[in-house]
Design a binder for this molecule. Structure first.
Ligand SMILES: *Cc1c(COP(=O)(O)O)cnc(C)c1O
Length: 398
C-alpha cells in the first residue's frame, strides 16, 4: 500500500506551486515571435510587473534564474575594483557577494549571523567611515531564503540616507516579491531583482531587474557593460528581440501573463495578507510543537520572519528523517536545511524549511501541518501537543 498516490505538494521555497491556469496558458504550440499576440502580450507585462514591484521606473527581463539577475544587476553598475558592502543574514547574501567578487568587485561582508536581521546602524557606520565614497553599492537581501530572515529595507534606506553616502541600494527580492510587502519606490530602493519561480508562480526561467534613475545614471558612467547583461536595450527596446537579447521565453511569457492577472485581481494587499495569515498559522503550529522537544523556529521575532518561507531547527538528524517520511509516505516535499551546516551537523540534517510562497491557500497549509504532525508521531520525534488546533485558530480568527 502507498499513501502517496494523489496530488503531491512541493512545499519548498522555490520552485513554488503553480496555478493550473498558468500551466494551461503555457500549453500551446510555438507562437510567432515576429508579430502579433506575443509581442503585444510582452509589452503589456511591463506595467504590471512594475505594479507588483511598487515602482514607476524601469524593468529589464532576462531568460535565466535568480543567479542570472544577481549578475545582470551587478554588471550594469559595478566595475572591477569597485567596493561593495554586503550585509549577510544567510546563504543567499553570501551568494550575491561571491557573484560580485567574481566580477572583480571588492566585497566587504558584514555578517549578522543566521538568526537575526541586519542592523542598519552597522551598515551606516561602514558607509560613514568611507569618506571618499569608494563603496558603490550595498547588496541587501530582503528575505534570505536559507534562514527565513526578513530584513527591514526601509530602515536600511533611512540609515543610508542619514550618512549622505551616495552608494546604490540594491535589493534581492527573489524570495519575497509577491509574498512579503515590498514597495520599491516608497522604500527608496535603487535596484531590485526578482525571479519567476517563487511568489510569481511561474516555472524557473525568467528573471527581472528593476532600476531607478539613480541606478540608470550610474550605468551611464560605466565604461564597458557586457552586451548580454546590458539593461539599456532591454528596458528601452527599439525592436522586440532586444527585450531578451535574442529569442523570447515564449511560453513563460504566457504563464507570467496569467500569474500577474491572478495577483492583480486578488490585489497586492490581499496577497500579502494571505501570506501573512498562512505564515502565522505555520508559526503557531511550530511553537506548539516546540513546547516539548527540539523543534524551534529559526527566527525568534515575528517582525523579522519571512512570510514566504520558514526555517526550523529540530535536532540532529530529525530534519532529514522528517523530510524523507513526508515525501515517501505522504506526498509532501519539504525544503532542506540550506546553509545551516555546523561542525556538529555538516549536512544540516537538523534543519528543514517550509516553502509557503505564491499559490498556497488554507487547505494546503493545514494539510502540510497535519502531515508533519503525522510524521512526528510516526518517527517518534518529541514534540508538544496542540499544533494543529493552534494553526486552525489563527486561520479561523482571520
Ligand atoms: C531562490 C533565491 C535565489 C537564487 O535563485 P535561483 O533561481 O536558484 O538562481 C537568490 N536569492 C534568493 C533570496 C532566493 O530565494
Amino acid at each position: 500500500m502507498k499513501l502517496t498516490q494523489g496530488q503531491t505538494y512541493l512545499a519548498i521555497p522555490g520552485p513554488s506551486v503553480m496555478p493550473e491556469a498558468v500551466l494551461r496558458a503555457m500549453h500551446r504550440a510555438a507562437p510567432n515571435i515576429y508579430e502579433g499576440e506575443l509581442i503585444d502580450l510582452t509589452y503589456g507585462l511591463l506595467p504590471d510587473l512594475k505594479k507588483v514591484a511598487g515602482t514607476a521606473h524601469d524593468v529589464a527581463i532576462y531568460i535565466g534564474n535568480g543567479h542570472s539577475v544577481w549578475e545582470a544587476a551587478l554588471a550594469n553598475v559595478i566595475e572591477p575594483g569597485d567596493r561593495v558592502l554586503v550585509p549577510v543574514t544567510g546563504a543567499f547574501g553570501h551568494g550575491w557577494g561571491e557573484m560580485a567578487a567574481g566580477l572583480g568587485a571588492t566585497c566587504e561582508v558584514i555578517d549578522f549571523g543566521r538568526r537575526s536581521p541586519m542592523d542598519p546602524a552597522k551598515i551606516a557606520k561602514a558607509l560613514a567611515d568611507d569618506t571618499d565614497h569608494t563603496i558603490k553599492a550595498v547588496l541587501a537581501v530582503h528575505v534570505d531564503t536559507s534562514t527565513s530572515t526578513r530584513n527591514d529595507i526601509a530602515a536600511l534606506r533611512a540609515a543610508m540616507d542619514a550618512t549622505g553616502h551616495p552608494a546604490l541600494l540594491m535589493v534581492d527580492c527573489i524570495a519575497s516579491l509577491g509574498c512579503d510587502r515590498f514597495e520599491m519606490d516608497a522604500w527608496g530602493v535603487d535596484v531590485m531583482i526578482a525571479a519567476s519561480q517563487k511568489g510569481l508562480m511561474v516555472p524557473p526561467g525568467v528573471a527581472f531587474v528593476f532600476f531607478n534613475d539613480k541606478a540608470a545614471a550610474r550605468r551611464a558612467e560605466i565604461s564597458r557593460v557586457s552586451r548580454y547583461w546590458d539593461w539599456v536595450p532591454r528596458a528601452n527596446p527599439e525592436a522586440y528581440y532586444q527585450l531578451f537579447c535574442g529569442t523570447a521565453p515564449t511560453h513563460h511569457l504566457y504563464g507570467l501573463r496569467v500569474a500577474l492577472d491572478m495577483i492583480l485581481e486578488e490585489g497586492l494587499e490581499h496577497v500579502w495578507q494571505r501570506h501573512e495569515v498562512l505564515a502565522k498559522a505555520i508559526w503557531a503550529a511550530c511553537e506548539a510543537w516546540g513546547a516539548d522537544g527540539h523543534l524551534e523556529l529559526n527566527i525568534a521575532e515575528e517582525a523579522h520572519r519571512s512570510r514566504a518561507v520558514t526555517s526550523l531547527r529540530i535536532g540532529k538528524e530529525h530534519g532529514t528523517r522528517l523530510r524523507r517520511w513526508c515525501q515517501d509516505q505522504a506526498g509532501i516535499t519539504l525544503g532542506i536545511g540550506l546553509g545551516m551546516a555546523t561542525e556538529d551537523d555538516p549536512q544540516s540534517d537538523g534543519f528543514f524549511r517550509f516553502g509557503h510562497m505564491g499559490h498556497v491557500n488554507a487547505q494546503m497549509i493545514m494539510g502540510l501541518l497535519a502531515t508533519v504532525q503525522t510524521g512526528l508521531i510516526a518517527l517518534d520525534i518529541p514534540h508538544g501537543p496542540g499544533a494543529i488546533e493552534a494553526a486552525a485558530r489563527v486561520i479561523a480568527e482571520a
